[in-house]
Design a protein around this ligand. Structure first.
Ligand code: FMN
Length: 204
């Protein structure tokens, strides 16, 4: 698969996980792709917590359900009905969960390129996540990013040290297929914006 195929075939997966195991060598390649991402000042501020313990995943799933209910409580009418039909995670169905964290102390105190933009460290973690997502797609795996959680809850659940931020809970594993259209678009939640609307010339 070339890079454009991977970019355009990539999907956020919730319902299509088969639960089949991920071959060790494939997991290694996908994690190496994440670890090869660019990072501000070569700080490589990410870590990857591989969560296979069903008890931990069930505890996280329960928390996600309560955050889902909290969000649903802010919606009304047709929007509430649409949201009720949307699956927001595949925590229990996927083969493995990968929690990606950010360590702002890594490579410090003089992180080259971060003195004016503290968020540059966080951007670096997101690039690692995107590398993982594209590599997984190229390997025929699906990835689903779950952000329906409170950081202190996840920190406590996984024993993440104070000062290190969990950035993403990623569901990973073989899938039956990848949908051609994002779930949120298929469920009429939101449509994608065209490129023309996003490109500006010379000034915003
Ligand atoms: C930072 C981030 C957080 C996300 N959190 C969730 C989530 O909690 N649950 C979910 O179902 N999808 C989540 N998504 C997936 C988006 O809904 C999805 O990327 C978007 O609808 C476009 O679909 P596509 O990724 O299939 O192209 C998240 C994506 C990103 C980048």
């Amino acid at each position: 698969m070339n890079v454009y195929d991977a970019i355009h075939r990539r999907r956020d997966v919730r319902a299509e996980f088969t639960g089949a195991p991920i071959p060790e060598d494939v997991l290694e390649k996908v994690l190496m792709a994440a670890h090869a991402a660019p990072s501000v000042g070569l700080s490589q501020p990410w870590d990857f917590v591989l969560v296979s313990d069903p008890a931990i995943r069930t505890a996280f799933y329960d928390h996600v359900q309560s955050e889902r209910a909290a969000f649903a409580g802010t919606l009304k009418g047709a929007e509430a009905e649409r949201f009720a039909r949307i699956k927001i995670d595949g925590v229990l169905e996927s083969s493995l969960s990968v929690v990606v964290t950010y360590d702002p102390e890594r490579g410090g105190p003089a992180v080259l390129g971060r003195h004016a933009i503290a968020d540059a460290g966080l951007y670096s973690v997101c690039l690692a996540i995107q590398n993982l997502w594209l590599a997984a797609t190229a390997e025929g795996l699906g990835v689903g990013w779950v952000s329906f959680y409170r950081e202190p809850h996840l920190r406590e659940l996984l024993g993440i040290p104070v000062g290190i931020r969990p950035v993403a809970w990623l569901c990973l594993g073989p899938v039956s297929h990848l949908e051609g259209i994002p779930d949120l678009e298929r469920h009429g939640w939101r449509r994608r914006r065209g490129l023309d609307a996003a490109v500006h010339h010379d000034r915003w």
